[in-house]
Ligand binder design. Structure first.
Ligand code: CP3
Length: 349
């Protein structure tokens, strides 16, 4: 690692692509590559006794971060944690109930917001930085380490509703009814995210990804205000502390708004989901920034010819420019390991 917290790009394929270079065989990693589809993950999760205990135990979290690297030799490891630890650090109650996903104490109005702490408690997040240090010490010099955070909009959707919803109506309604107060929440998440990402980079992450899983439910005007503007502030804020920081943005479901996102936010690369039209991705996005994606996670689950066709289609459209081969969203828990092996063989041949 350099003194400014940026891993050297020389040996790491992922970092070379993030500098805009072309690689004949693209680097590969998968969103949610550490997770329930792996028996070794399920064993450690059991031992840790719950998902949050796993996230905050650096020995266990480092171990599950490394599991998919040992098994598949991906070009990058992604820190094992969750985007909602930032809500915890802001003093909100967060639980993960088995089979139900996250449950938070809903932040339903301006009063609840006023009562919330405004600065993330770094004592809560300290184990995450320790996980980064431990993983970094165990990785070889070809495998990049990716840190991450949730985008303010996506974290806010869970904080407001208290749980996942199909279209994040509670946060959208809050933002329409009371944009002033909603922007206080977003600003507070912007500040927390800048500090969180800068500290991950300083602890040894080679690059970071901003997950905006719920960007796609925003109308164009809201997308500018709640997705693009906060992301731009985070990118600027992180680079003030870590000047050459490499940042991947993933505005899932952005559709046509991916173009202004790539143009305005300053991200080093853009992740696209599986619905993104690949000719447009090549001509309108990849001409500007490296592209990451975008195999349909259900094609990977299905396997066989459906998977081969999907992999070939991604490569045919996007592998002649800077590409980070990935899924268009996280790997599903039911995915057979043999399908991941089949996909990797096809990408690497
Ligand atoms: O391997 C990796 O990608 C790193 C770890 C990682 C997790 N969550 C672990 C996790 C990352 C990068 C995330 C990000 C995350 N968390 C996002 C953005 C990306 C996305 O997938 O959309 C979001 C929206 C969350 C919030 C969250 N965490 C939800 C909605 C859920 C429940 C859904 C589910 O898959 O169970 C989680 C739980 C979670 N985060 C699990 C894992 C491995 C499953 C927990 C378990 O082991 O039971």
């Amino acid at each position: 690692m350099d003194r400014d917290g940026i891993g050297s790009a020389v040996g790491k394929k992922l970092l070379r692509v993030l500098e805009g270079k072309y690689e004949a065989a693209p680097p590969v990693w998968l969103m949610r590559q550490a997770g329930r589809y792996l028996p070794e993950y399920r064993a450690i999760r059991e031992k840790a006794g719950g998902f949050l205990n796993l996230c905050f135990n650096p020995t266990f979290a480092a171990e599950v971060t490394l599991q998919p690297i040992r098994r598949f030799g991906f070009d990058a490891a992604i820190l094992f944690s969750d985007i909602l630890v930032v809500a915890l650090a802001l003093g909100r109650k967060v639980e993960f109930l088995v089979g139900e996903g996250p449950k938070l104490e809903p932040l339903s109005d301006a009063d609840a917001l006023s009562a919330m702490r405004k600065k993330a408690d770094q004592n809560v997040l300290a184990p995450v930085y320790e996980t980064v240090r431990q993983v970094k010490a165990s990785l070889d010099d070809r495998t990049a380490l990716i840190g991450f955070c949730g985008a303010p909009w996506t974290i806010a959707t869970y904080m407001v509703a208290g749980h996942a919803t199909p279209d994040q109506a509670p946060a959208r309604l809050f933002a329409h009814r009371d944009p002033e107060n909603f922007s206080r929440l977003i600003d507070c998440l912007v500040d927390a995210s800048i500090e969180y990402l800068a500290k991950q980079l300083q602890a040894g992450a080679d690059c970071v990804q901003i997950f905006d899983t719920w960007a796609g439910v925003l109308g164009p005007e809201q997308f500018d205000r709640w997705c693009i503007a906060p992301t731009q502030k985070i990118v600027e804020g992180v680079r003030r502390q870590v000047p050459r920081a490499k940042i991947i943005g993933f505005p899932r479901g952005a559709g046509a708004m991916a173009l202004p996102y790539a143009e305005m936010t300053g991200v080093s690369a853009i992740g696209i989901d599986w619905t993104f039209e690949r000719v447009i991705a090549r001509d309108a996005l990849q001409s500007r920034v490296p592209v990451q994606g975008n195999v349909d996670p259900l094609a990977l689950l299905a396997g066989g010819v459906a998977l081969d066709r999907e992999v070939d289609d991604v490569l045919r459209h996007l592998a002649d420019g800077p590409l980070i081969f990935n899924l268009g969203h996280g790997i599903l828990p039911e995915t057979p390991i043999a399908h991941v092996e089949r996909m990797l063989k096809r990408v690497r041949r």
